[in-house]
Design a protein around this ligand. Structure first.
Ligand code: PLP
Length: 401
């Protein structure tokens, strides 16, 4: 086997398909978000594709407690939770998350990806004869968790409750079932029919597993996510989330009953066999969550900015996908053109948006995923839309139908 030539050949294939990913080197500067410095050119650019939706990644209270904790406790946690990596902050964060999601208990992981992968893999491999019912647009971490469990899986068409019902009714009632879905889908920004899914789960005695990665902190009276907003928290058995988006840090978690959380704590390799999050991160997450629980203003501003951006895109006939969330997908429909749009935005307008291509989205639906934050101003929104209008015209891209 010619190893190096194999790697080169595969990378060449990606380049040929216009799917080779390049990253922009950024320097985030405190107090400046959504501005950042582009590493190569040292120019100030406006970021329009960050998941730091509420700007908590630079919040003064979060930074303060992190610096204090760093000075007091040092950098790393020193071990797995089992072996010397369990701090007061970890325990306090889990209690806070449980209150936040109105659940009995919670468990923190090193990322949202790990939380999904290891929880689903553990449930699927341990529950006898378990069957997953998984939405076809679920995130890669969910797909990998289910796959790694080696349990049976049935994929239902995206947000299609009738298809889910059909699959449930063809599964013996006594067989353990887990319905896995997201509240806000990360690439289309559409919202799942949570109430209907929960009703089916009850009818067919299935557990519900909800990924709230793109909604925790952003929706609900206290930021508890879409389940809180819809009043369905009690009907969801396992809520999963990240500390890396609305809360501005890194890490992931699940919340559920005491028994379920203790079970995952005791059996999940992705929890047991890895060093726990650094105390400063955990302390920062605690402050960030409490801040968002008690302050609705960032959420309101975020919604206001989202609606304003959508209104402006609408006025100019730019083809964005309609949805009920803050994720605004602007469809280009071609990988090469998508890259051309984002290159022009960066070089001519100092606007940074990463193109989204296959396999993240299907071929032919390549897009810009616009994520207005609570800190974008109306001027920034107007400037972005004006730039898009000019580029759309220059490249003769399709207008909204
Ligand atoms: N679930 C969804 C829907 C996501 O979009 C992501 C990340 O982008 C994750 C899970 C993983 O979360 P994290 O970035 O904390 O690993």
């Amino acid at each position: 086997m010619m190893y190096q030539s194999f790697f080169t050949q595969e990378l060449e294939r990606l380049r040929h398909e216009k799917r080779y990913r390049t990253f922009l080197n950024l320097e985030r500067c405190v107090g400046e978000f959504p501005y950042a410095i582009s590493g190569d050119s040292k120019q100030k650019i406006t970021v329009w594709c960050s998941n730091d939706y509420l700007g908590m990644g630079q919040h003064s209270q979060v930074r303060k407690v992190m610096i204090e904790t760093l000075k007091r406790s040092g950098t790393g946690s020193g071990g797995t939770r089992n072996i010397s990596g369990n701090t007061y902050s970890h325990v306090a964060l889990e209690k806070t998350l449980s209150d936040f999601h109105q659940k009995e208990a919670s468990l923190v992981f090193t990322s949202g990806y790990v939380a999904n992968e290891t929880t689903l893999a553990t449930l699927g491999s341990c529950l006898p004869e378990c069957v997953f019912l998984s939405d076809e647009k679920n995130h890669a971490s969910i797909i990998h968790g289910i796959r790694n469990s080696r349990a049976q899986k049935k994929i239902f068409r995206h947000n299609d409750v009738s298809h889910l019902k059909e699959l449930l009714s063809s599964t013996p009632l006594h067989q353990p079932k887990i319905i896995v879905f997201e509240s806000v889908y990360s690439m289309d920004g559409d919202v799942s029919p949570m109430r209907e899914i929960c009703a089916l789960a009850k009818q067919y005695n299935a557990l519900t597993y909800l990924d709230e990665v793109h909604s925790a902190g952003l929706y609900g009276s206290q930021g508890g996510g879409m389940a809180q907003d819809l009043g369905t928290s009690n009907d969801i058995d396992i809520i999963q989330g990240t500390l890396g988006k609305a809360f501005g840090l890194i890490g992931g978690y699940i919340s559920g009953t005491k028994e379920l959380i203790d079970f995952i704590r005791s059996f999940a390799p992705g929890f047991i066999f890895t060093t726990s999050l650094p105390p400063a991160i955990v302390a920062g997450a605690l402050v960030s969550i409490n801040y968002l629980k008690n302050n609705a203003q960032p959420r309101k501003q975020h919604q206001f900015n989202t609606n304003y951006l959508k209104k402006k895109l609408e006025e100019h006939g730019l083809p964005y996908l309609r949805n009920e969330s803050h994720i605004v997908p602007l469809i280009v429909g071609n990988a090469q053109k998508c890259k051309e749009v984002t290159d022009r935005l960066l070089h001519h307008y100092k606007i940074y948006i990463q193109p989204i291509n296959y396999p993240t989205v299907p071929v032919g639906t390549e897009r810009l995923r616009l994520t207005p934050s609570a800190l974008h101003t109306p001027q920034m929104i107007n400037y972005l839309v004006q730039a898009l209008v000019e580029i759309w015209k220059d490249l003769s891209l399709p207008q909204a139908a």
